[in-house]
Ligand binder design. Structure first.
Ligand code: PLP
Length: 279
């Protein structure tokens, strides 16, 4: 239905408590990219918060239908998929079993972030005040909202979280740093989201023979890095050319980042048969 006609109860657990999880996936040329990985992560998120959503395996078909009914067939779109614990009186206890989760899925055409990819972005570092389960794609994003706006106020496009002196990830991106041809990224644990794009980039590095070290990098090590870049489903691979007002390396997108951007494109073309990307 048209979004303006959709209605959600004020008693929805998502509204009261941010009691829900979400997923974002995209198409290239109308084909969903890494559907199985996204659904696996969605299942993991649901399981971790004990929301029993039936029919997760049909979400791919629902998304395709949504794309077709909105006249987006063959195009580059992203799907926003959110499940909450349903509608029930305001009470922290789980609702009774018969209360079904609320499932909301929307489709939106992608505006390619060309400027970000080409010229790179500026970032600031902020204290990671998020909870201890950042591996769950939970809808409670207040810390990220505050951080992203703090970045904007500082003239930057992304905020990079720092927990106990260690760089974790961006507000909506995973973080990579490059020093002497070696790539560093935070290991998978409860402090970062296991990004699907992160996995693809690690696969590309392996194929290209680029050494990757999954370890925590300290905030004060940024100044010695040759390159920094971030990844996400809609941004893909975006260079970070300035952090906290200081240039990263030469202050322009670096060679490893450029290589991975190009390889990512080639990979997408092979996987989805999509020639006209992001158009
Ligand atoms: N980290 C966080 C906190 C995110 O919100 C996202 C995406 O929204 C990512 C990383 C990147 O994940 P993906 O590559 O699966 O889009």
């Amino acid at each position: 239905m048209p979004k303006r006609q959709a209605r959600i109860s004020p008693d929805d657990r998502g509204f009261y408590f941010a009691d829900g999880v979400y997923e974002v996936m995209r198409t290239y040329g109308g084909r969903i990219f890494r559907l199985n990985e996204h659904l696996k992560r969605f299942r993991n998120s649901l399981k971790a918060v004990q929301i029993e959503l039936p029919d997760v395996e049909h979400i791919g078909e629902i998304c395709v239908e949504l794309m077709e009914r909105n006249g987006f067939s063959g195009r580059d779109v992203f799907f926003y998929i959110q499940a909450t614990r349903g509608v029930w009186q305001r009470n922290l206890l789980f609702p009774p079993k018969e209360v079904l989760p609320t499932l909301y899925i929307s489709v939106t055409e992608i505006v390619p972030p060309e400027r970000e990819r080409e010229q790179g972005i500026r970032a600031i570092t902020v204290e990671d005040i998020r909870w201890q389960r950042c591996d769950i794609k939970a809808i409670g994003l207040l810390a990220s909202v505050l951080a992203r706006n703090q970045a904007q106020a500082a003239g930057a496009e992304e905020a990079i979280f720092v927990r106990n002196g260690i760089l974790t990830e961006g507000t909506h991106t995973n973080l990579f740093l490059v020093k002497n041809g070696r790539v560093f990224t935070h290991p998978l644990n409860r402090h970062i989201l296991p990004g699907v794009t992160r996995t693809v980039v690690l696969e590309l590095c392996a194929r290209l023979g680029i050494e990757v070290i999954e370890t925590g990098v300290r905030e004060n090590e940024i100044s010695g890095m040759d390159e920094v870049f971030v990844t996400s489903t809609t941004w893909e691979v975006v260079p970070v050319v300035m952090v906290n007002g200081r240039p990263v390396g030469a202050g322009v997108p670096g060679v490893i980042c450029r290589t991975l951007q190009a390889e990512f494109r080639k990979y997408v073309m092979r996987e989805t048969g999509s020639g006209a990307l992001d158009n």
